[in-house]
Design a protein. Structure first.
Length: 250
């Protein structure tokens, strides 16, 4: 169970105390449980939204509260990656080394701040639309999809920082298991209903495009680009779900 606790400790703010220092293999196998942690986060958000809606509160207020808890449960980890990636992407002027250097800078520039504002604003507005139509299941689906993004990027990209957090994972990565989880998970989600099937397709297209950008500019991925991918894919899928919420499929 060590890989599960590693994943829970890394992806959430839950106070998990590991009994021993994880081995590189255990760290790599923790990726198996990333979608599970996404489902756990989604379940908490789902029940929070249900509870708040039962009080007949404003859906806009509930949306803001749920998104705030969403950020809080992850400790803002992925948003930090988004801000660093946005700053580096614009400030790097297409140069790999300059992009990587800016990405390591702990200070958040104006582009990073702008990216955070836009993503959080879009998430709040899109979620408010879904709350109005009572399509709360998206709160479970989307955090799981976001963690599938991590699996896809690790399976298909090189980690460009030799001493980075993810550099030791690739050697012990359980590729067959992760590919099975990714394929079965996405296929199962797409079979749930037509709206989810469309969003899964949009999610896959988003991931392939992000991967293309990362490989072209950096030659692979970093921890920051992984965090950015989670936030971008969740945001795009949430907005897509909101747009599809009023569409009637035959």
């Amino acid at each position: 169970m060590m890989p599960f606790w590693i994943a829970l400790q890394f992806l959430t703010i839950f106070p998990i105390q590991l009994k021993s220092l994880p081995t590189p293999q255990q760290n790599a196998y923790s990726l198996i449980f990333y979608p599970v942690i996404g489902g756990l986060l989604g379940g908490l958000l789902y029940f929070l939204a249900c509870g708040l809606l039962s009080l007949h509160s404003s859906t806009l207020l509930i949306s803001g509260l749920v998104v705030s808890v969403w950020v809080g449960l992850t400790g803002g980890l992925h948003l930090d990656g988004l801000a660093d990636t946005a700053d580096a992407w614009v400030g790097g002027y297409g140069d790999r080394e300059r992009t990587l250097t800016i990405m390591k800078d702990p200070q958040c520039g104006p582009i990073g701040v702008l990216s955070l504002v836009l993503v959080l604003l879009l998430k709040c507005v899109a979620l408010e639309t879904l709350l109005q139509t009572r399509q709360l299941y998206w709160l479970i689906v989307l955090p799981v999809l976001g963690r599938f993004a991590v699996l896809f990027l690790f399976l298909t990209c090189q980690y460009v920082r030799q001493k980075g957090l993810g550099s030791g994972l690739l050697e012990y990565l359980p590729r067959k298991i992760l590919w099975s989880i990714l394929v079965v998970g996405l296929t199962s989600a797409a079979m749930f209903n037509d709206r989810i099937a469309v969003v899964v397709l949009i999610f896959c297209c988003t991931l392939f495009y992000l991967r293309h950008l990362f490989v072209r500019r950096l030659g692979g991925i970093t921890g920051d680009t992984i965090g950015a991918s989670i936030e971008i894919s969740e945001c795009i899928c949430l907005v897509s779900a909101a747009i599809l919420s009023s569409v009637h499929f035959v």
